[in-house]
Write a protein that binds this ligand. Structure first.
Ligand code: 13P
Ligand code: SF4
Length: 358
């Protein structure tokens, strides 16, 4: 049985959720003209776009059409590091831009809006986190990628949802006790699957936290042929109903590869763009975010991911402001646990291939 210590857990900091940004509607003609202007600017600035699956569909299309990428946070980090362009424009949230800068200090990293943060990052301030680590010096510190550069600098390992399970399994097999931050739901899920001894920081994602288990059970009854796909930042009772639990890439792969005609999807609605592109015949249903009488704040749309749009992408490429800067002494420390994750991911994928699982 697992060894879990609920009594020494710090509380996550309360995070204020901004309203979802509303961008002026573009006609199809305006949108195409804007995309042409941005492609020209990308070439002039020797810049490549790296976008997350939760961003606006126009940004996702543009990233792919211009030789950039649309991906989960692990692949965004890998793709950025493999580019020769001198500028990366990261369309996503701030920790993604910071990871790109940490891995590519010689490159200029721009973002459409530097205020695009993440409730997990905001809910894990570096000073309080440092105190938590100081109280448990015998634990290996594993932090989710959704954290600041300062928090990463204090860690032994960085993980994303796509690689958290094999890394924690590996550490558990070595007999290591783990201090995990910041997402309590992902931490609990990883703890349950691996059986590792884990102390959890009590942070959460405001978007995934809102998925409702009772309403989900009702929808499942109405759609008996649907597979339930859940991102592991969701609450336990929602994860318990899942057919597939995984990173954004894993959920997209499931829609593409599974035979079910319908899918109930518990993650940010931005992911539907890629799912529809890869599996146009499948029916996609949003998992409920409001139970009976309840209201949702983000309603399955991350307000910070929503701060990225074609309009402010053009502006940042014109002005070249909104640059990510990281103090060298933080970068030097933060790069080690990120690189450890990337090296592990590479070795793990090779091992999976050798076993015929990839
Ligand atoms: P992925 O790494 O699965 O894309 O998740 C990032 C994220 O922020 C999910 O909310
Ligand atoms: Fe952070 Fe949640 Fe937004 Fe992902 S969806 S960036 S975890 S707030």
């Amino acid at each position: 049985m697992t060894d879990f210590h609920p009594n020494s857990i710090p509380s996550g900091t309360q995070v204020e959720v901004p309203p979802h940004p509303v961008w002026p509607e573009l006609t199809p003609g305006e949108r195409e003209k804007l995309k042409v202007r941005i492609k020209r600017l990308l070439a002039e600035r020797d810049a490549v776009l790296v976008a997350h699956y939760y961003t606006d569909s126009g940004l996702q299309e543009l990233a792919e059409e211009s030789g950039g990428c649309v991906a989960d946070s692990l692949e965004m980090a890998r793709f950025g590091a493999a580019q020769t362009a001198s500028t990366l424009v990261v369309c996503g949230v701030r920790f993604m831009g910071e990871t790109a800068k940490i891995l590519n200090p010689e490159k200029r990293i721009l973002m459409p809006d530097l205020k695009a943060t993440c409730s997990l990052d905001e809910g894990c301030p570096a000073t309080a986190f440092g105190q938590f680590c100081d109280q448990h010096p015998d634990h290996t510190v594993v932090v989710y990628a959704n954290t600041s550069a300062e928090v990463k600098a204090r860690s032994d390992w960085v993980v994303t949802s796509g690689i958290a399970l094999p890394i924690v399994k590996h550490l558990h097999a070595q007999g290591e006790k783990i201090l995990w931050a910041p997402d309590k739901h992902l931490g609990r899920y990883v703890q349950k699957v691996t059986g590792a001894d884990m102390l959890l920081w009590q942070g959460s994602c405001v978007v995934h936290e809102e998925f409702k288990s009772v309403a989900l059970a009702r929808i499942r009854k109405l759609h008996p042929k649907a597979a339930v796909l859940v991102h592991p930042e969701s609450p336990e009772q929602v994860i318990d109903q899942a057919d597939v639990v995984g990173s954004t890439t894993a959920l997209i792969k499931a829609v593409h590869e599974m035979d079910n005609p319908e899918f109930i999807v518990a993650t940010d609605g931005g992911i539907f763009h890629k799912m529809k592109q890869l599996a146009p015949g499948k029916i996609l249903i949003e998992a409920p975010t409001a139970g009976e009488g309840a209201t949702c704040q983000s309603c399955a749309h991350c307000p910070w991911m929503g701060m990225n749009a074609l309009q402010n992408l053009e502006q940042v490429l014109m002005r070249c402001d909104n640059e990510i800067v990281i103090a060298p002494e933080i970068r030097e420390k933060a790069v080690l646990p990120i690189q450890r994750m990337l090296d592990f991911a590479k070795a793990h994928q090779l091992a999976m291939k050798d076993q015929g699982n990839a």
